[in-house]
Write a protein that binds this ligand. Sequence first.
Ligand code: PLP
Ligand code: COI
Length: 339
Amino acid sequence: MKEIDWSNLSFGYMPTDYNVRINYRNGEWGLMETSSSEYINMHMAATCLHYGQESFEGLKAFRGKDGRIRIFRMRENAKRLQSSCEGIMMAVLPVDRFEEAVLEVVKMNSRFVPPYESGASLYIRPLLIGMEAQVGVKPASEYMFLVFVTPVGPYFKAGFKPTSYVISRRYDRVAPLGTGRFKIGGNYAASLVPGDEAHRSGYSAVLYLDAKEKKYLDECGPANFFGIRGNAYITPKSNSILPSITNDSLMTLAGEIGLRVECRPVTVDELGTFDEAGACGTAAVISPVGRVDDPDRKISYIFGENGEAGPVCTLLYNKLRAIQYGDEPDTHGWVTIVK
Ligand code: PLP
Ligand code: COI
């Protein structure tokens, strides 16, 4: 195997040895199959290609100082996939089948789990797609669930360094009564143009506002948003954002370090009251938000301390990482050790 430069991995695709697949046919999920091919066979009229019957997940495995591999909160990803599948009328995969597939693919590719010292991790990408041919707009009766893995470094190139985000009133990622709370491909397709504009202007991502009134904060591209004000951890509650498992974990940890947790609608104007802010997600972990520009209103909001992440973001980041890498005991039952 070509040497991998573990400490300088980006968030990109690298081939690994195996992936796993489970097919749904005749109303039931079949046996798990292992493959070393990076390709799948499908009908040209498959519903995932035409009508967006596609949902994916993202979770990570970490190698600890003790050499053991830990997977973070995979049961939550299994449940969220079920919710996404219900949201777009796809067959629902039982939680234990999801967990079995994730464990198998991680075990088979254990040589790709980065070493502890590198700070990198193994990204796990489950995918569930409609496979049956349809021309009318209706759900398929056949599906494929597959899981592949790839070793990754930080999603935002800066890693744990504050970067800038931009508010855009010209685009909506999702509709208020639409599919924003599901993790489905169409939401990401809708984010490509605004995301590209933001990147070309030097921003990490768009901070989306609610689509109806443009008054409340939604989320930060592929991550949830939170702000810290005094001893409060404040994060938007909205029907059109993805329920982030990282954000849920941070709310628990924030409560444990004595912060008051507020999950509620958060207005744009409140940005001016936060001491610190962050984007959080599996890929992003915590990515400190250093600045949010609102070009329409010619306002910039600055967070953190002299261009560095603030103390609360730093503490939360360190606590989360310590649990994920096994440096701190897993008192919440969040971690599955791969045997
Ligand atoms: N919001 C969006 C749109 C995402 O794609 C993700 C990534 O999964 C998140 C938030 C963060 O969710 P999680 O912490 O479960 O990875
Ligand atoms: C994740 O954080 O796992 C994501 O899915 C974000 C992005 C890569 C789509």
